[in-house]
Design a protein around this ligand. Structure first.
Ligand SMILES: CC(C)(COP(=O)(O)OP(=O)(O)OC[C@H]1O[C@@H](n2cnc3c(N)ncnc32)[C@H](O)[C@@H]1OP(=O)(O)O)[C@@H](O)C(=O)NCCC(=O)NCCS
Length: 153
């Protein structure tokens, strides 16, 4: 597939329909319900970013939250529409969310069978720190990964 030009910008409630489509495509087993999508697009403490193509269409989305007492930021969701994958969009969203979270460590969880995402995270410096047994719908384990953003904190 040809390379696409895209940029990563803030997302908001106006992205609800696109985000719902993205969730259903990315997570057919456990897409977030509408209320959760509205929350992630509106709660003041959530970092939410979207990748958009030249025509302004959503290509992907990422959200994250800070846990200041633990010194950790959590990536809570990340997804890219199938037609826009393997073109660096997921990587760009991940790096932009890490930067926006401004925390010394960033964590996320991923289905143990999600090799595409695991590869992406491994390439970006994430390492396994825990395993959540049967965490996901359907009984699949969750692999908890962490990346040190700032070694001095
Ligand atoms: C995981 C996901 C976000 C990756 O998005 P993406 O835009 O395709 O990622 P990138 O193009 O930045 O890929 C970066 C690297 O990750 C790895 N990777 C990504 N998809 C891969 C795949 N299907 N198989 C193997 N490696 C893959 C590759 O190393 C890739 O680099 P390369 O293309 O130069 O080989 C996307 O596949 C997706 O939305 N999946 C469904 C939702 C999901 O699983 N989200 C994560 C939940 S924790």
């Amino acid at each position: 597939m040809d390379n696409v030009t895209f940029r990563v910008i803030s997302a908001g409630l106006g992205d609800l329909n696109d985000l719902q489509r993205l969730e259903r495509e990315c997570f057919p087993l456990d897409a977030w319900p509408l209320l959760d999508l509205m929350a992630v697009l509106s709660l003041p403490w959530v970092v939410r970013l979207k990748a958009v193509g030249e025509a302004g269409q959503m290509l992907g989305f990422v959200a994250g939250e800070r846990k200041p007492l633990e010194g950790v930021g959590w990536i809570t969701t990340i997804g890219v529409f199938g037609a826009a994958r393997r073109m660096g969009v997921g990587t760009a969203l991940l790096l932009a969310c890490e930067a926006a979270l401004k925390m010394p460590r960033v964590r996320l969880s991923v289905r143990a069978s999600n090799h595409a995402a695991l590869k992406l995270y491994e390439r970006q410096g994430y390492r396994q720190v825990a395993l959540w047994h049967e965490y996901y719908y359907g009984g699949e384990d969750g692999v908890v990964l962490e990346k040190m953003i700032c070694q001095n904190d």
